[in-house]
Design a protein around this ligand. Structure first.
Ligand SMILES: [Zn+2]
Ligand SMILES: [Zn+2]
Length: 349
């Protein structure tokens, strides 16, 4: 039997199915251990963020290196447990060489497709394309903690774009609006830095979760220096501006899907010297720090994983997006099951 890779194929809004693709015979290869399900994936499946179809979603990637390719950064070996940064910049265009971000040739695992190549983490294996940035993970770091690294790196990159450093200015007060997974990652990162942080969340269950994890929670009657907008709604963006004191900065992290417009007061922005910084692209440089933050922060991240789906036990991939009470979910693949699972169809013993 030809060696094959089991994938979840995205065919367009609301359409996911299991499929098999041939195992590539050369090039870098990662055996997935676990892939996080991101709010971005939910937006894609709901049709709110367009991506190519067919494609393979999944950009929060942890696995074992099976074959090496021309990787950047960490010296990794075959057999190493790694976390893969989803974006690959070309490194040669004027935006890359000028450190401007926004590389027009950027490829993002789980969001882009290259023909029928294995470029997403909702699969037993993924190709490691040349130029990929991978980071070694210690084998005793719980996946339930490590899986928050990509989100924390997104936040660190937003802070870098705002302040020229992946942290808020020392002693500045920070509010995190919206306590979903990215809000949790933001609050965790800021807490790890030692800045005062308050979570603004009106949903009772999510506010309770934030309190249980040790965060101060407010309904929105605070004034701060920095707002990290993680709720991802136009209304939260407008509300965030209202929380800023003089010369405050709002970092917009959540509104990846276009949910419409909102009215704001340009006069208030002018008269109080406010700054608004948007951030979508994550910088590779911020991953090591994000990994340290999620490893060391005194926040019980593992307790917030609400769903762990076993890939082999899934009857229908659309189940992944069904649970209404999901907080953070991930898909587990067979541990280091490369040899064992090659050529084996799903469901076989
Ligand atoms: Zn994501
Ligand atoms: Zn480039």
């Amino acid at each position: 039997m030809a060696e094959s890779v089991s994938i979840i194929e995205y065919l367009g809004s609301g359409q996911l199915r299991f499929a098999e693709r041939p195992l590539p015979q050369n090039g870098g290869l990662l055996a997935l251990e676990t892939t996080g399900i991101c709010t971005t994936d939910r937006h894609i499946v709901a049709g709110r963020i367009p991506v190519p179809a067919p494609s393979i979603l999944g950009h929060e990637l942890i696995g074992t290196v099976e074959r090496l390719v021309d990787l950047r950064g960490d010296h990794v070996r075959v057999g190493d447990r790694v976390l893969v940064a989803p974006g690959i910049n070309c490194g040669t265009c004027f935006r890359c060489t000028g450190a401007r971000g926004g590389c027009p040739n950027r490829i993002v695992y789980g969001l882009d497709a290259i023909g029928d190549r294995l470029t997403g983490g909702f699969a037993t294996h993924m190709e490691l394309l040349p130029g990929s940035r991978v980071f070694q993970l210690s084998t005793d770091l719980a996946a339930d903690r490590a899986i928050f690294t990509e989100l924390a790196a997104c936040v660190a990159s937003g802070l870098y774009k705002a302040f020229g450093s992946p942290s808020p200015p020392q002693c500045s007060d920070v509010a995190v609006i919206g306590f979903g997974p990215i809000g949790l990652a933001a609050a965790t990162l800021v807490c790890w830095y030692g800045n005062p942080v308050v979570v603004v969340e009106r949903d009772t269950a999510r506010a309770d979760l934030a309190r249980r994890l040790g965060f101060e929670v407010s309904a929105g009657d605070v004034t701060v220096d920095v707002v990290l907008e993680c709720a991802g709604t136009p209304a939260a963006f407008a509300a965030g501006l209202e929380l800023l004191g003089h010369a405050g900065t709002l970092v917009e992290l959540g509104n990846a899907a276009d949910l419409g417009h909102v009215s704001v007061s340009p006069s208030r922005i002018c008269l109080t010297d406010l700054r608004i910084v948007g951030s979508a692209e994550t910088r590779d440089e911020d991953f090591p720090l994000a990994l340290r933050a999620v490893t060391e922060a005194p926040v019980d991240l593992p307790s917030t994983i609400s769903h762990v789906h076993r890939f082999d036990d899934l009857a229908d991939p659309n189940e992944l997006f069904d649970p209404p009470d999901v907080f953070k979910a991930r898909i587990d693949f067979e541990p280091k099951g490369a040899e064992a699972s090659h050529g084996k169809q799903r469901g076989e013993a």
